[in-house]
Design a protein around this ligand. Sequence first.
Ligand code: E4P
Length: 221
Amino acid sequence: MKIFLDTANVETIRMYNEMGLVDGITTNPSLLSKEGGDPQKVMETIVDMIKGDVSLEVVSTEYEGMLEEGRRLRKFGDNVVVKCPMTPDGLRACKTLTAEGIPVNVTLVFSSNQAILAAKSGAKYLSPFIGRLDDIGQDGISLVKEIHDILRNYDFKTQILVASIRHPIHVVQAGKIGADVVTMPPAILGKMLKHKLTDIGLKNFLADWEKLKKENPRIRI
Ligand code: E4P
């Protein structure tokens, strides 16, 4: 399973990247707006920092505008994946950009029907937003399972990028299904790292070592 971070926060990306945990990044206009500053600089910094795919989203809603923005965004680096919305223009732009060798992430996928069409338009990734489905009382993770089952029946190359992750259990559920990628807010990755028994265990080991050192002042490792 690949782990992408769903953020435009450069410092957090740097920190987790140094741990070797970041396979890629997804951003969107809301995440960029949260960080403030010059969004182009932020996007370029992230693209330079990360070896894997970095999804940058178009804001135009029309085909020509999406193409123009997509081509411009791709100039930031060879690892840029252009995020197009799951709309008729978005799928048309996906087909054209893909034919030009620019990979596309079709975003805002909320049904298996949409997923089939995103895959048919040649998307590198399709992003089901599972947390937003849970928010309205639908089961987001069941959608991932259904899409995974459907894509497996055919020769689609499109990868499932599970998005709108709300908690670590979503990550485990996506992994059990075999989803290709999960993109998560840094806070969720932080929660995945932690376990209180790890903290207690480490504290006890260190306390016991201190005790041993008092008894044998010369020991060292
Ligand atoms: C994915 O690419 C999106 O940026 C993201 O996962 C949206 O998640 P949200 O529902 O938490 O805004």
